[in-house]
Design a binder for this molecule. Structure first.
Ligand code: SF4
Length: 741
C-alpha cells in the first residue's frame, strides 16, 4: 500500500481564501492563549502535564504531545480546555454549605469553583455539606455496603481521565462485595460495538491502527464526527488525503468539519484548509442498516465481493445473501431516504478499493437497534475481506481516554477482566482468593431504574453526572433522591451531588491521573496501552487515588478479606492486570514516560484467523428496522457541540455555528413550516418538551438535531438496545410548533 504523500496538493484545498477567513472554524491559536490565561499561576505544571502526561481527553492516545502515527505535535483544543481541571486549586469548602444555591449554577460554573478539598457529608434535612475525616467517611460507606445485600448497591465509573488501574481495582472491590453491579461510561457509547465485534469477529476492539488510515484507498465514516470529538484525527486525515486516500461520510447532517478543515499546525492546511469528504451520503437518522445493506446488495449482485475470502473465512453469507435477495430496493430506499443510485455510488467506491477502514461512532451505536447497525458495518467489511490486513479495518472510534480500558479491566456489569464472560468467575475466584459472583450485574441505566424503584441502598458514582448523561433527567433526579446512601467520588463538584439526600450523601475527593504515585496507564482506541507517569506539581492534600478509595470500601465492608483487595500501589495493580487479562501481559513492565505496547499488534485477525469457535468471521442477516415516524413528525437526534462528553465548553460550536439551543433543520422543512433562522420553536415528544431556535442546516429532510445534554428531556428512557442495553439518544420522534400555538 503506497503511503507516499504529495508535498503540496492544491486538489485537496478547501478554499483559496487564506486561513478560511469568514468560515465557521475553531480558532486554535486563541485556544492556546486562553489555556495560558486559564492556567496562569500554574503554567509550569500545565506545561509538564502536556509534555509528560498521556492526554486525558479522547482516546486517540498520546505520549506527552506526540503519538505513534505521525512525527508532528499532537495537541488539540479539547486537551487545552481540560487542562484547568488538573491544575486548579481547591475550592472554598464554605460554598458547599448551601447546596440549593450551588444547584442553580451550570455544570461549567460548578467545575470552575475548584477541586474538592477533603471528604464531605450531607445528611437528610441539612442544607449542605460539612467536612468529615477519611476514616469516618470510609467507615460510614463501608458499613452501609456491608449491610446492603449484593443486589442493593451499584457502582458506576466515568471514562474521562480514568486510568486502567482505577477500573481494575474498583471492579475487583465490587466483586469482593459479592456483586457484578459495576458499570462504566462505555455502556452509553460503544457497548453495541464491543458486543457485536466479539460475536462476529471474536475480538471486542478496533481491529486496525490509525496508521492504516494513511494511504489506504478508502475510509468510510459512519455516524462519526471526528472533527468535533477527536480533533487530531483531522491531522491523520490530512496526511491520508495527501497519500491518496478517499473519504466517504455517511451521516444525516453534512458536518462542516468533515467537509473541510483547517489543521492549525500544518502550513498548507492552516492557510488553504483541507477538503475532507470526497463523497457524502445524507441518510435519514436511523437509516444506517437500510443504506449499508443496500450498498452490500449492490456489491454482491455485481460480483464485487471477495468471494474466496467469504468462502474460506466466513460463515452466514448464504443467509445474508438470501435476505438481500428478499429486500426490495424500494424498502431500502424508504428506510434510508436515499435512492439505490446513491447506494451504488458508495458500493462502487468500496468495490474499487483494495483496502478500506470503516470508522463509526455514537451515530451508529446510540440507537435502540445499535447492535444491528454494527452488524451491517461488519457485513460490509467482510464482503471485501477488509480486516486483518494493512490499510483495512473496523474501528469503533472512542471518545474518552478511559473508555477502551474500562470494560477491558472488567468494570462492566456483563464481563470480567479481559472481556472474560461472567461464566469464567471460577478462574477469578482462584486468582483473587474470594468467590466471584456469576450473576449479571446491573448496567448503569438499570442502576438508576433500581434506585427509582427503591431497590438500591447504596449508589457509588465515580465522576460523571447521571443527570446530564442519561435520558429523562427528571426521572434520574427522582431516582438519585431515593438511594439511601450516595457516594460521589470526583475531583470537582457536579450537579448530581447536589440532589437532596434520601439519607446521606458523601463526597470523596479523588486525584487526577497525573497525581497518582507510581504512574498509571490508559488504553487508546487502537489498543495501545500507554504509561502516564506521575507529574510533579501542586497537590490537593485531602485527595486520594481512586483505586485506594474503592479497595478501602471493600476492605471495610468485608474485613475478613481485606488483605485480598488492598494494594500497595499502581505497579502491584498492573502486575495483577497482566495475570487477570492475558492480552494485557506486558502492562506490568510499563514504568516510564513513553513506555507502551499495542495489545494484539497493529492488526487483530491478522492472516484472517478469527478467534471465534470455528476460526471464521460471521455475517449477520440483518433487516432494516421499521421507520416509526408518524405523519407530520420529525426524528430528532442529540449531538455534541463545543463540548467534551457532557462538559459544555462554549455556547457556540465554532464548527457548525450552532448555539446550545439550536434546532438544526433542513431549509425545505423550515420553509414549509414557516421558520426563519433564529425563530423560536417547541419540540415535543412523548417524554418532554424542549424550546429552541431554528438553525437552517444541511440535514436530511424530516430530521432534526439538538445538542446533548439539553435534548435529553425528549428521550424515552425505556428505549434501549436489546443486547448491550444502550439508551437510544438518536431517534426521538417529535412534533414541532411555534411557541405561540
Ligand atoms: S485528539 Fe484526543 S488524545 Fe489527541 S490531544 Fe485531542 S483530546 Fe487528546
Amino acid at each position: 500500500m503506497a503511503k507516499r504523500e504529495k508535498l503540496i496538493d492544491p486538489g485537496n484545498w478547501a478554499s483559496l481564501k487564506p486561513f478560511g477567513i469568514g468560515e465557521n472554524r475553531p480558532n486554535n491559536y486563541a485556544e492556546l492563549w486562553r489555556a495560558a490565561k486559564e492556567n496562569r499561576g500554574r503554567l509550569r505544571y500545565a506545561w509538564r502535564i502536556l509534555r509528560q502526561g498521556t492526554c486525558d481527553g479522547c482516546a486517540l492516545g498520546t505520549k506527552g504531545m506526540h503519538d505513534w502515527t505521525m512525527d508532528e505535535i499532537h495537541l488539540c483544543n479539547i486537551r487545552l480546555r481540560l487542562l484547568r481541571l488538573n491544575t486548579m486549586p481547591a475550592l472554598d469548602p464554605a460554598l458547599l454549605a448551601d447546596a440549593a444555591a450551588l444547584s442553580r449554577k451550570s455544570g461549567a460554573e460548578l467545575r470552575e469553583l475548584g477541586r474538592l478539598p477533603y471528604p464531605m457529608v450531607r445528611r437528610r434535612g441539612e442544607p449542605g455539606f460539612t467536612r468529615i475525616g477519611w476514616e469516618e467517611a470510609l467507615d460510614l460507606a463501608g458499613g452501609a455496603l456491608r449491610e446492603a445485600a449484593p443486589g442493593r448497591f451499584g457502582f458506576y465509573m466515568t471514562s474521562r481521565g480514568e486510568p486502567n488501574e482505577n477500573y481494575f481495582a474498583a471492579q475487583k472491590a465490587v466483586r469482593a462485595l459479592g456483586s457484578n453491579s459495576i458499570d462504566n461510561a462505555a455502556r452509553v457509547c460503544h457497548s453495541p460495538s464491543t458486543v457485536m465485534l466479539k460475536e462476529t469477529l471474536g475480538v471486542a476492539a478496533t481491529t486496525c491502527s490509525y496508521e492504516d488510515w494513511i494511504g489506504t484507498d478508502l475510509i468510510v465514516f459512519i455516524g462519526s464526527n471526528v472533527a468535533n470529538n477527536q480533533p487530531v484525527a483531522m491531522k491523520y486525515l490530512y496526511h491520508a488525503k495527501k497519500a491518496g486516500t478517499r473519504i466517504a461520510v455517511v451521516n444525516p447532517y453534512r458536518e462542516p468539519g468533515m467537509e473541510k478543515y483547517w489543521v492549525p499546525s500544518n502550513v498548507e492546511s492552516a492557510v488553504f484548509g483541507t477538503r475532507i469528504a470526497d463523497a457524502y451520503f445524507q441518510i435519514h437518522t436511523g437509516g444506517d442498516v437500510a443504506f449499508l445493506t443496500g450498498v452490500l446488495k449492490h456489491l454482491v449482485e455485481r460480483g464485487w465481493a471477495d468471494e474466496s475470502f467469504v468462502a474460506d473465512h466466513t460463515t452466514g453469507f448464504g443467509e445474508t445473501r438470501d435476505l438481500l435477495g428478499r429486500l426490495s430496493w424500494e424498502e431500502l430506499e424508504t428506510g434510508c431516504g436515499l435512492d439505490s443510485a446513491e447506494m451504488l455510488r458508495l458500493a462502487t467506491m468500496i468495490g474499487q478499493a483494495r483496502g478500506a477502514v470503516f470508522v463509526w461512532s455514537m451515530g451508529i451505536t446510540q440507537h435502540e437497534f445499535g447492535e444491528d447497525n454494527v452488524r451491517a458495518i461488519v457485513n460490509l467489511g467482510l464482503s471485501k475481506g477488509f480486516v486483518g490486513r494493512e490499510g483495512c479495518g473496523l474501528m469503533p472510534i472512542r471518545g474518552h481516554s478511559g473508555v477502551q480500558g474500562g470494560a477491558e479491566m472488567g468494570a462492566y456489569a456483563t464481563v470480567l477482566p479481559g472481556g472474560s464472560p461472567l461464566a469464567d468467575a471460577a478462574r477469578f475466584s482462584e486468582l483473587w482468593g474470594f468467590e466471584v459472583p456469576t450473576a449479571k450485574g446491573r448496567t448503569a441505566p438499570e442502576m438508576i431504574d433500581a434506585a427509582h424503584d427503591g431497590e438500591l441502598d447504596v449508589l457509588v458514582s465515580s465522576g460523571g453526572n447521571f443527570l446530564e448523561v442519561l435520558p429523562d433527567p427528571a426521572y434520574t433526579r427522582a431516582a438519585l433522591s431515593r438511594a439511601r446512601l450516595r457516594v460521589h467520588i470526583d475531583i470537582c463538584v457536579s450537579g448530581q451531588m447536589l440532589v437532596d439526600p434520601a439519607e446521606t450523601v458523601l463526597l470523596l475527593p479523588a486525584q487526577t491521573r497525573y497525581e497518582m504515585v507510581g504512574g498509571v496507564t490508559e488504553t487508546s482506541t487502537e489498543r495501545r496501552v500507554i504509561f502516564s507517569p506521575e507529574v510533579e506539581g501542586p497537590r490537593i492534600e485531602g485527595a486520594w487515588p481512586e483505586w485506594r478509595i474503592f479497595t478501602e470500601l471493600a476492605a471495610r465492608a468485608r474485613p475478613e478479606i481485606a488483605d485480598k483487595v488492598r494494594y500497595e500501589g499502581t505497579p502491584q495493580i498492573r502486575a495483577e492486570i497482566a495475570a487477570a487479562a492475558p492480552a494485557y501481559d506486558g502492562i506490568q513492565n510499563l514504568a516510564r514516560f513513553g513506555d507502551q505496547f499495542q495489545y494484539g499488534g497493529p492488526r487483530l485477525c491478522a492472516g484472517w484467523t478469527f478467534p471465534t469457535p470455528d476460526g471464521k468471521a460471521r455475517f449477520s442477516a440483518v433487516s432494516p428496522p421499521p421507520l416509526r415516524r408518524a405523519d407530520g413528525s420529525y426524528t430528532v437526534a442529540t449531538r455534541r457541540g463545543k463540548q467534551f462528553n457532557s462538559m459544555v465548553h462554549e455556547r457556540k460550536d465554532s464548527l457548525t455555528g450552532a448555539v446550545r439551543d439550536a434546532v438544526l433543520m433542513n431549509p425545505a422543512d423550515a420553509d414549509r413550516e414557516g421558520y426563519s433562522d433564529g425563530d423560536p420553536v417547541v419540540l415535543s415528544s412523548a417524554t418532554g418538551e424542549m424550546r429552541g431556535r431554528v438553525l437552517r442546516a444541511p440535514i436530511a429532510p424530516g430530521n432534526l438535531q439538538v445538542h446533548w445534554p439539553e435534548g435529553e428531556v425528549l428521550l424515552d428512557r425505556s428505549r434501549r438496545s436489546p443486547q448491550a442495553g444502550i439508551p437510544d439518544y438518536k431517534s426521538a420522534e417529535v412534533m414541532i410548533k411555534h411557541p405561540s400555538d
